[in-house]
Design a protein around this ligand. Structure first.
Ligand code: ZN
Ligand code: ZN
Length: 355
């Protein structure tokens, strides 16, 4: 009988759930990821960073809450390492208390258990922008996004927020702020977001204290490398000491100064293709690709030989390009009209170094 069939109101199925996510979940785009996931499942509530990791409050129908919880780990951002997703609280609701989902202020109290994220190599999306002359971050050495860039090097304290990083002194311009606030943008909530207009600039300091900036600094460094000099490039994770790998005298000088007679150096090339031009790598195809752009400068296991060089030495080989976009600038050279807009020009710029 129809009169006895009582349709269960939607609100009867409504619940609130609190979730604790542990692991490497700060500085990896996790809050914007949770924001999008909550949107996808039609949930309301909030997400925040705290001393233990990420804390989530979601409200919605039970099935969706369950599906949302199940989806967190399998779809996590590329840099994230979820150790555990724990439901810490759940109760039924007459109706949701929130009208939407939001990223709310971090909470600094509580146990400090969250993992400080490592610096990450530049991602493919940022590389495309960096070498596109129409992009506003064309040749910008400090380009980054939610999926890449410095983290460990700039974090002063956790929870991970711009005000707790060395970027706190750089106020985002209107362009960058728009990206930061747009859930559809790949820099949504990217804490180190910056551009040439508002972010840090490349500065060259010489022995006499002379200072150059931007493209002029890049051009001078390339000249110095070509002249056999050693350049210290301050970057994420510390300093790179750079010399022209095809200049035997420069490499010998670096070895003497570092007292590093036999220990291998990393070789930096602008692209995987250019790496193939200069080394004979024993690694098979897949392994060679994995060695490209290592997240950490760990020693790799592929034996390689520099070919176009006086200094032919057998060594362990790890291609280092792109661990730092600042270093990549020197491999790419200053912006030069007419050279073309893609990464091929990096190879050409590198060719300016003596054979
Ligand atoms: Zn990126
Ligand atoms: Zn900006």
């Amino acid at each position: 009988m129809d009169a006895l069939v009582i349709k269960r109101p939607e609100s009867m199925n409504c619940a609130a759930r609190r979730l604790r996510v542990l692991g490497a979940v700060q500085g990896v785009g996790f809050r914007p990821y949770i924001y999008r996931l909550a949107q996808q499942y039609g949930l309301v509530g909030w997400v925040l960073n705290d001393g233990e990791g990420v804390f989530i409050h979601v409200e919605g129908c039970l099935q969706q809450l369950h599906a949302f919880t199940q989806a967190i780990e399998p779809n996590q951002p590329v840099l994230a390492r979820v150790r555990e997703v724990r439901v810490v609280q759940e109760h039924m609701l007459a109706q949701p208390a929130y009208a939407s989902f939001g990223i709310v202020s971090s909470v600094g109290v509580g146990r400090k258990e969250t993992v400080v994220p490592a610096d990450s190599h530049v991602c493919e999306d940022c590389l495309v922008e960096m070498f596109s002359s129409v992009d506003r971050r064309y040749r910008y050495p400090f380009i980054n996004c939610t999926n890449c860039g410095p983290r460990f090097s700039l974090i002063r304290a956790l929870p991970y927020d711009r005000t707790q990083t060395t970027m706190t002194g750089f106020a985002m311009c209107a362009h960058c702020l728009r990206e930061y606030e747009d859930p559809g943008d790949r820099r949504f909530h990217a804490q180190p977001n910056a551009c040439p207009a508002c972010g840090p600039q490349l500065t060259l300091t010489g022995p006499t204290g002379d200072v150059e900036q931007g493209d002029a600094a890049v051009a001078t460094v390339i000249e110095a490398l070509a002249a056999g000099k050693i350049v210290a490039i301050k970057s994420i994770g510390g300093f790179h000491l750079a010399a022209n790998a095809r200049d035997g005298a420069a490499v010998d000088l670096l070895r003497r100064r570092k007292r590093r007679d036999a220990k291998p150096f990393a070789i930096m090339t602008a692209t995987l293709e250019s790496a193939r031009r200069y080394v004979q790598c024993d690694a098979h195809e897949g392994e060679f690709a994995v060695l490209a752009r290592p997240a950490h400068r760990a020693a790799s296991q592929a034996a390689a030989r520099v070919t176009d060089s006086d200094c032919t030495w057998q060594s362990e080989f790890g291609r280092d390009a792109g661990i730092s976009t600042a270093s990549l600038s020197f491999a790419a050279g200053p912006s030069t009209p007419g050279l073309g807009d893609d990464q091929r020009q990096c190879v050409r710029a590198s060719d300016r170094l003596p054979q």
